[in-house]
Design a protein around this ligand. Structure first.
Ligand code: GLP
Length: 210
């Protein structure tokens, strides 16, 4: 799964050196980044757009998504600082002006969230500040000393911009993700399970590793 996702990112960069990538964090994509940094790729014209970031967290905090990306990808490749993007007020406009994302890699939360689009997020939701679901706070507390340290809000790319990505690869690992994957991709399309809204995307691949 990780090798495949990395190879698709690499092929995308090779075939379109100025491609726009939507990139995830979390434990699942770590293997993909490990594989990806082994490729000899020219990232100098690539633009990256991260899916999300916690609110009120220093970029130097070890659990910030800025730091995660620096550690797992940015410090290993020749991506230009000015081409690195995280959610901001102009995110949807900027991405649209770039012709939309060429490829987005997604993980999935236990409640079916993608990026930080929690259950209830609209199909047309924009990049915005969101309140994290209690189960997301609990799940992410494994990265912090205590659950109280987990930020309660975050900034996320909205479902609209994710859905407009030309190609999507969703990766999920661990037996605890099986049921939600099954519900999202074999069940009804519903805002109760945000990932289910991707069922109708014309170019999505979903991977599961136990
Ligand atoms: C986090 C992130 C998501 C990620 C998900 C699953 O809360 N905001 O982008 O896909 O949870 O993470 P993991 O792969 O660690 O289970």
């Amino acid at each position: 799964m990780s090798e495949y996702a990395a190879s698709v990112v690499a092929e995308t960069i090779e075939s379109k050196p100025d491609c726009k990538l939507g990139l995830p964090t979390g434990s699942t994509p770590i293997g993909m980044y490990k594989n990806l940094i082994q490729f000899d790729l020219d990232w100098s014209n690539v633009k990256t757009f991260n899916l999300d970031e916690y609110e009120n967290i220093s970029h130097a905090h070890p659990e910030s998504y800025h730091m995660y990306m620096r550690k797992n990808l940015f410090s290993h490749v020749n991506l230009k600082e000015k081409n690195i993007h995280f959610p901001n007020n102009e995110y949807d406009k900027t991405i649209k002006a770039e012709g939309n994302l060429d490829l987005t890699i997604l993980g999935i939360g236990h409640n079916g969230h993608i990026a930080f689009n929690e259950p209830g997020s609209a199909l047309t939701s924009k990049t915005r500040k969101v309140k994290l679901a209690e189960e997301t706070i609990q799940a992410n507390s494994r990265f912090f000393k205590t659950v109280d340290e987990v930020p309660k809000h975050a900034f996320t790319m909205g479902l609209q911009t994710i859905r407009e990505s030309k190609r999507i690869i969703l990766i999920a690992s661990g037996s605890d993700k099986w049921d939600i994957l099954d519900e999202c991709f074999n069940g009804n399309v519903t805002t109760d399970r945000p990932a289910s809204m991707l069922q109708v995307h014309p170019k999505i691949e979903v991977f599961y590793a136990s």
